[in-house]
Structure formats: C-alpha cells, structure tokens
Design a protein around this ligand. Structure first.
Ligand SMILES: Cc1cc2nc3c(=O)[nH]c(=O)nc-3n(C[C@H](O)[C@H](O)[C@H](O)COP(=O)(O)OP(=O)(O)OC[C@H]3O[C@@H](n4cnc5c(N)ncnc54)[C@H](O)[C@@H]3O)c2cc1C
Length: 379
C-alpha cells in the first residue's frame, strides 16, 4: 500500500492550498458581506483548473482521477466553505453525469466551457416534497414529438442562480416509479425555466442555492442524458461520487481548524501560561487530529476504490458519514478552544462552525448514509 501521492498531484494540492489560505481566506469577510464570490476569485479558480478537475484534457480539463481530484478537494477544504461549495457543486455533481453518460455531441457542446469556468453547472433532484426520499419526485418530462416538456419545481439547488446548465432528474414514465426517471441537461436560458428566490442560508455564504421552476419547458430530445428511464440509478451514482469529494473537503476543513486551534492555543495565555499547556486543551487537539486522520484514510481508500472500478456505494457513505460528523466535532472543539473569540463573528472560527453544518445534510443526510450502510450490511 502506497499512501504517497504522485509529485504532480502534491504540487497541485499545495498550489490550491496556498490559494485557499492566502487568496480566498483574506476575502472571506467580503464574501460574508456580499453573499457572492468575487469575480477575481472565480477567474483565478479557472486559471488553477478547478472548474475542470475531472474533465478530460481533450475538452480543456485537468483530467484528474478520483484520488487526485479528492486530494485537490482536501486542499480546497482550507478555503472559505462557500467558495469550496461553488466549485464542488460544479466540478462534482454538476459534471459527473455528463462525463459518465454524455454522448460526444453533448460533451463537445458543454465540457470545454465547463472546464474554463465560463459555464457553471449544478445538479437538481431535490423538490419541496422529496428530499431524502429522492425517488419520489414530481417533476415531469413528457415526451412530445422530438422534445421533452418539463414541468415541476426543484428547490435548494446549489449554483442555480449562477449556472448556465443543470443536470435535472425528472419523471419520464410515471407507471414505473424510480425506474421511470431520466436525467436531462437543461440550459438555464431555455424558455420556461425560472430561478426562484435565493435561499437565505445559515452559512456557506457566496454558495448560492435557489428554487428552480420548470413551466412547460421544452428541451430537445438531445438533452436526454444517457438512456431514458435510467435517471434514478444514474443520479445515485452521481451522488455516490460526490460523497467521496465531500469527505475530502471535510478533511481539509478539519486540518485548517486544527491549525487555527493550535496557533490560538500556543498564543493565548491564561493562569500565566499558554492554554496549550493545559491537558484539557491538548486532549481536544488530539481528538481533532484523530477525527481528521481517520477521515483522510477513508476518502483515500474510497477514492482509490473508485479509480479501480470497485463498487463504492456503502464505502462512500461510510466516508461521508464519518468525515462530516467528525468535522462537526472538530468545529465544536475549535470554538471551545477559542473561547469567547470562537463565538464572535470578527474571527473565522464562528464562520467555520456555521458553514460546516451543511455537510451533514446535503448529498444525503447522515441518517440516509446510515440507511445505505445498514442495507448493504443486511443484504
Ligand atoms: C444549501 C443546500 C444546498 C443543496 N444543494 C442541492 C443541490 O445542488 N441539488 C439537489 O438536488 N439538492 C440539494 N440540496 C438538498 C439536500 O440534498 C436535501 O436537503 C437533503 O437530501 C435532505 O432532504 P430534505 O431537506 O428534504 O430533508 P428530509 O428528507 O425532510 O429529512 C428531514 C430529516 O428526516 C430524516 N429522515 C428522512 N428520511 C429518513 C429515513 N428514511 N430514516 C431516517 N431518517 C430520515 C433526515 O435524515 C433528516 O434528519 C441542498 C440542500 C441545501 C440545504
């Protein structure tokens, strides 16, 4: 077993980590105030190749395998989590479906602009009446001649307000339940698509999510992604892949929080010495390190499994469940070590505490991950 990442991946990881800490983080206050990612950051992210991490080189991407992509996500985890959220909704769940199922024409049409960051994407399955029960959606895609006509409402869709393209899951055969869903590539300027109110979220400012409404929205038959009525199966694969990336981002966030906590513990003095000298504080730091390292081992293993063609359904859930729950524990301890400062908006810990909470909810809640793991064990 070799845990060493190839030199060029380590270099890219280092570059992204440096960008996260020295370029993104100084703009965190601006992102919080404006709830938007500055254009300059989006341009620099494009230059670093972050929008095309898994897109093949022939379409202008960086073409990383899963281990390498997750290594970059881990580095990105050091940045403001809203910024990381925009990148991962695009480069992960927004891109995976097209890469896996797209025909040559669809790939040529979209991938080069996706890789350059000119075209931002997202993935839409969740609806007001179906979240965890994702197979139970209501959005219809009715075949009429050479078109599909979409009607329905998606909500909480990441990147929707800035996206030019969404992978949308809709019902094509209502008689077949989950086997009657299909995936579509829907351009956001198609007549009949409206982006609703932007969600006012607890955290991850700048990563905008919103409702997306389809009213008699006609898309050409060529917008169908993969085969008709295989959409649910494909959506699960997209989400499974995404979960490994979330585990990697969570690991990076933990590493950053540990750095901030170690620095604070060494500098802050009480009772005449740095609080780092108190065993209670040392124990918190140790527990944080255990949570971070175990999460790293998990994403590395599961990403390796993906690259080696193994079925990762259960393992991706284990990685996401562990890493996101671990991140919450780490964020909580980071607040505790920072004391009052950890609760004050002027300092970064308070933001990390709010931002990380989403990771236990989206792309399948912790409870849904447990269901997937238990089902696999009992099967
Ligand atoms: C900021 C944000 C961004 C998002 N981005 C996207 C996106 O880009 N694309 C997209 O399609 N969706 C997106 N989502 C939706 C997200 O994936 C869902 O919110 C999530 O899957 C949970 O669904 P829900 O909110 O309807 O909660 P519910 O499904 O109503 O769950 C509520 C609670 O019940 C629990 N629960 C539900 N069913 C079970 C069960 N069978 N057993 C045990 N417990 C259960 C859940 O774990 C949870 O604790 C986003 C959500 C947010 C908040």
């Amino acid at each position: 077993m070799d845990f060493n990442l190839p030199h060029e991946i380590l270099q890219m990881q280092e570059m992204v980590r440096d960008f996260a800490v020295n370029t993104v983080e100084p703009l965190a206050h601006e992102i919080e105030e404006t709830n938007r990612i500055p254009d300059s950051l989006m341009r620099q992210a494009a230059q670093l190749g972050l929008f095309g991490l898994s897109i093949p080189e022939e379409y202008g991407g960086v073409e990383l395998d899963m281990v390498a992509k997750c290594a970059v996500y881990e580095a990105l985890g050091h940045a403001h989590m809203g910024f990381g959220g925009v990148i991962s909704a695009h480069a992960s769940i927004g891109t995976t479906g097209l890469l896996a199922l797209g025909n040559e024409e669809q790939k040529r049409r979209y991938l080069p602009r996706m890789a350059s960051g000119e075209l931002i994407t997202g993935f839409a399955i969740t609806e007001p009446s179906s979240g965890s029960d994702a197979a139970n959606i209501r959005t219809r895609a009715e075949k009429r001649g050479n078109e599909y006509v979409l009607s329905g409402t998606k909500h909480y869709i990441s990147n929707a307000p800035i996206a030019g393209l969404l992978t949308v899951i809709a019902i094509t055969d209502p008689s077949q339940g989950p086997r009657g869903l299909s995936a579509f590539l829907v351009e956001m300027d198609t007549p009949g698509v409206t982006v609703g109110k932007i969600d006012d979220k607890m955290g991850q400012k700048g990563a905008l999510s919103a409702e997306v409404i389809f009213e008699d929205c006609a898309v050409p038959a060529s917008a169908l992604l993969g085969e008709e009525n295989t959409g649910y199966r494909e959506a699960l694969k997209i989400l499974t892949n995404g979960r490994v990336g979330i585990a990697a981002r969570a690991t990076g966030a933990m590493e950053r929080l540990i750095e901030l906590s170690v620095n604070h513990a060494k500098l802050r003095e009480q009772f005449g010495k740095p609080i780092a000298e108190f065993q209670a504080v040392q124990f918190m730091l140790s527990e944080m390190a255990v949570d971070m390292e175990t999460s790293r081992c998990l994403w590395q293993k599961v990403a390796w499994m993906v690259d080696n063609g193994k079925n990762v359904g259960k393992d991706a859930s284990i990685a996401k469940l562990h890493a996101t729950e671990a991140l919450s524990r780490v964020a909580d301890k980071a607040v505790q070590i920072a004391g009052g400062m950890g609760y004050i908006k002027e300092y970064p810990i308070e933001r990390w505490y709010r931002d990380q909470r989403l990771l236990r909810i989206y792309e399948g809640t912790s409870e849904i991950q447990k269901l997937i793991i238990a089902r696999a064990l009992l099967a």
